[in-house]
Design a protein around this ligand. Structure first.
Ligand SMILES: Cc1ncc(COP(=O)(O)O)c(C=O)c1O
Length: 404
């Protein structure tokens, strides 16, 4: 056998792993209620038509060739304008357009990390943060986000875990999988901790930044001015086009501390040629266009959030915090120890098998902070959510009672 890099064989992605048994059920003609995947286009949301039109226009304009490695200059200009309007005072040379935030993460981690380096990631963690750090032989160190405080980062835990080995501290705001929206004070406090470590920078994933229920998402780079910050965003969520694979990273440095890492990122970006040219053109139109669809999207989501919040807290055996943004909730299985399940994965598989409700097991977002929870998306219609919660309620009543 030709050996693989063993690190590649350790990669896990719980969000997609649970779809295998669900697909099997669907092949057998069963209807599965899907609350598992963070793709609005799988539900009753669609890419705004003016953004779709831009893709057709780009093809007709002849943008079918490669584009410059850092991105189409007009897109870079639009990104700079957008970031500056939020107080992130970057310039055009600070932006690299990527195949989504996912590729941005790869470029950053591959440029910054050597074996043995540590990266502080939110716990529970969105899986690619753990995966890519590990692929570099580096160590992801989850910091606690406190459920009792609506899943806000526990800054004291960050202060305890940061060390001379820590290369970066990651912030995801609003957060996946918890839906937490971090306020300025929390971000400022994280910045103060990181500032004490001059070899450390902040990575801020703001892909859900305009998807808030109340208030707005602060730009980390605007709040924390004395620490280098790499901010990421993209077309996937806010503009409802996750399959188009366009995003970016922007570097807001302090005293040229990221000079080397910037070069490592730029070299990789040239080696992978460019991001999707026609979808880059559409992203310009998205950034420059009317954002009415976001109001519409959030109008639907707020109703679904309120419904999910009420039902999950009413069902005997589950409880949940109210999310401030994005489209996720991370309920606790309070009945875990009173039911027949040894793990949250068993719980999730049983909910699927018996009630046809597909969610993601919490430990897939990290055992330490994700166990005894599950993640749902609030993207399905209220009817589908109600049907799913009815199923959850039935399972809880049956199993927990029978077990007691
Ligand atoms: C926090 C977070 N970052 C990044 C991504 C993926 O972004 P992209 O589609 O731009 O690669 C997701 C997708 O679910 C996400 O939840």
């Amino acid at each position: 056998m030709i050996k693989a890099n063993p690190l590649s064989l350790e990669i896990e992605y719980a969000i997609r792993d649970v779809t295998l048994p669900a697909n099997e059920m669907e092949r057998n003609g069963l209807k599965v209620l899907k609350l598992n995947i963070g793709d609005p286009n799988k539900y009753d949301f669609d890419t705004p038509s003016f953004i779709k039109d831009a893709v057709r226009e780009a093809m007709d304009m002849g943008l079918n060739g490669y584009s410059p490695s850092p991105g189409l200059p007009e897109l870079v200009k639009a990104i700079v304008k957008d970031e500056r309007s939020r107080g992130n005072m970057i310039g055009p040379r600070d932006v690299i357009v990527t195949h989504g935030v996912t590729e941005a993460l790869q470029l950053i981690f591959y440029a910054a990390l050597s074996p043995g380096d540590e990266v502080l990631v939110p716990g529970p963690s969105y899986p690619p943060y753990v995966t890519y750090v590990k692929m570099m032989g580096a160590v992801p160190v989850p910091y606690r986000c406190s459920e009792e405080n609506d899943w806000a980062p526990d800054v004291d835990d960050i202060a305890r875990k940061i060390s001379a080995r820590t290369k970066a501290v990651c912030i995801i705001n609003p957060n996946n999988p918890t839906g937490a929206l971090y306020d300025r004070a929390t971000i400022k406090a994280i910045g103060s901790v990181v500032k004490e470590h001059p070899n450390c920078f902040i990575i801020s994933d703001e892909i859900y930044n305009l998807m808030t229920f109340e208030g707005t998402t602060p730009s980390t780079a605007e709040v924390v001015k004395d620490v280098p910050v790499i901010t990421m965003n993209g077309i996937s969520k806010i503009y409802l086009a996750p399959g188009w694979r366009v995003g970016y990273l922007s570097i807001r440095d302090v005293d040229d501390r990221l000079k080397d890492i910037r070069e490592g990122i730029e070299r990789q970006s040239r080696a992978r040629l460019c991001a999707n040219s026609i979808c880059q053109y559409a992203y310009i139109k998205a950034l420059e266009g009317d954002r009415g669809h976001i109001r519409e999207t959030m109008g639907k989501l707020i109703k679904r959030r309120d419904l999910a919040f009420r039902r999950l807290n009413e069902i005997e055996g589950t409880s949940v915090r109210r999310p401030g943004g994005a489209f996720y909730m991370f309920p606790k299985i309070d009945a875990m120890r009173r039911g027949p399940w040894a793990t949250d994965k068993e719980f999730v598989l049983e909910l699927l098998k018996e009630e046809r409700v597909l969610t993601v097991f919490g430990s897939g977002f990290g055992k330490e902070y994700g166990s005894d929870h599950f993640r749902i998306v609030i993207l399905p219609t209220e009817d589908v959510l109600n049907e799913a919660f009815d199923g959850l309620d039935r399972l809880m009543r049956r199993k927990v009672r029978a077990y007691q």
